[in-house]
Design a protein around this ligand. Structure first.
Ligand SMILES: *Cc1c(COP(=O)(O)O)cnc(C)c1O
Length: 386
């Protein structure tokens, strides 16, 4: 058994990131400034989008996307129950109603036919989540959106580095949100961004992320700045710091390497764990799609493995191996159960998965030996039957 605890995730921070942060600190300019601008240019390029609007979290980017598209009270947004709370919280925060539709139990992505069936005259948008980074069926969702005049806001918190039919996730829909939380594929400490090809949406997002103040207000302290500004909307304090962008500039440069290493570890798991009874493995991408493996989410079949998921996770910990739950189905949380009115039984596939899933350690800094420790622990827990 390994001596050191293997965490679920750990960011990859190199000397370039550290030097860039120090450069910010020494420059006398630590809040939003030239590094954020540079980060936005690099991100727009990688995402294949005309605009990238950086913010201080992915959650902020979701909020601003919904506000920027005038989604609010009386509107419905169709989304998935297998997501982080932020997706649903932000739909509620703008006063709209989240409508949950069930997922495919293998991919854990939303099922387009169920999305189509959930459309009502009040529906304004679809908010798919590319679970673990595996792309949703954007073609089918796009057809539904087109047919009913809906916007698609992609919650791509897991999907920086994902390819859908050879194209990067980033500007394949009206709006795409990324997260740069430390667990995600690249990090700015905390951070996020809205990517879009829509000039008007990008302009509004820049106003909404900074107090509702018209453009480039941060320059007002600069030598070229004008001292006056106008508040044109109810805005928020969602701007990204140069300190954060200092990390992001170098993380973007690392992205291909980070994704390649994630794919190697996922391939090792998929090969080594294939024969373990009572363990269902996540699918890789096919064709021209590319899965960046933000998460490696397995499902335990309690009847076969002889214990429930929570006991399995606790047992893994006794082998010094971390794991996590991404995600308990939204409608099974007490607040959403009280607010949304979905009973247990209403989304059977999501509930089935919610009771069985766990995420195994996966981060680019892991060695093959680390991954093999996970494999050996699982085989041992599974009763040496593998
Ligand atoms: C991480 C995450 C978010 C929120 O991102 P933050 O940057 O932490 O605000 C939103 N949706 C999903 C699916 C996520 O996993």
């Amino acid at each position: 058994m390994r001596n050191e605890f293997l965490p679920l995730s750990k960011p990859t921070i190199g000397p370039e990131e550290i030097a860039e942060v120090v450069d910010s600190l020494e420059s006398g300019w630590i809040t939003t400034g030239p590094k954020v601008q540079r980060f936005e240019e690099l991100l727009a390029d990688v995402a294949g989008a005309k605009h990238a609007v950086a913010m201080n979290s992915g959650t902020a980017a979701l909020h601003v996307s919904l506000l920027g598209l005038d989604i609010g009270p009386g509107d419905e947004v169709i989304t998935t129950p297998i997501t982080f709370a932020a997706t649903v919280n932000m739909i509620l925060a703008v006063g709209a109603r989240p409508v949950l539709v069930d997922v495919d139990r293998t991919s854990l992505n939303i099922i387009p036919e169920l999305v189509a069936a959930a459309v009502t005259p009040a529906t304004r948008a679809i908010m798919p989540v590319h679970f673990a980074g595996l792309p949703c069926d954007l073609e089918a969702l796009g057809e539904i959106a087109k047919q009913h005049g809906l916007d698609i806001i992609e919650d791509a918190a897991h999907a920086i580095g994902t390819l859908y039919r050879g194209k990067p996730i980033g500007a394949l829909s009206k709006a795409t949100e990324f997260s740069f939380h430390p667990i995600k594929n690249i990090t700015t400490g905390e951070g996020g961004a809205l990517c879009t090809d829509d000039d008007a949406l990008a302009d509004r997002a820049r106003v909404l992320r900074f107090h509702g103040i018209d453009r480039d207000a941060w320059k007002r302290y600069d030598v070229k700045g004008v001292p006056h500004y106008d508040v044109t909307a109810l805005g928020y304090k969602y701007n990204m710091l140069d300190l954060q962008a200092a990390l992001g500039i170098h993380q973007i440069a690392r992205l291909p390497g980070l994704v390649a290493r994630r794919r190697e570890i996922a391939a090792l798991y998929r090969e080594q764990l294939a024969e373990v009874p009572g363990l269902a493995l996540p699918p890789d991408s096919t064709g021209e799609d590319l899965h960046p493996w933000h998460l490696f989410v397995v499902k335990v079949v309690p009847e076969v493995i002889g214990m429930d998921r929570d006991t399995f996770m606790a047992t893994l910990k006794t082998y010094n191996i971390g794991s996590a739950l991404h995600f308990q189905a939204i409608h099974l949380h007490s607040y959403f159960a009280a607010t949304l009115g979905y009973e247990r039984g209403s989304l059977p596939e999501a509930e089935w998965a919610s009771d069985r899933i766990l995420s195994l350690p996966l981060f680019p800094g892991m060695s093959d030996e680390d991954a093999m420790d996970v494999v050996e622990a699982i085989k041992s827990i599974a009763g040496g039957r593998a």
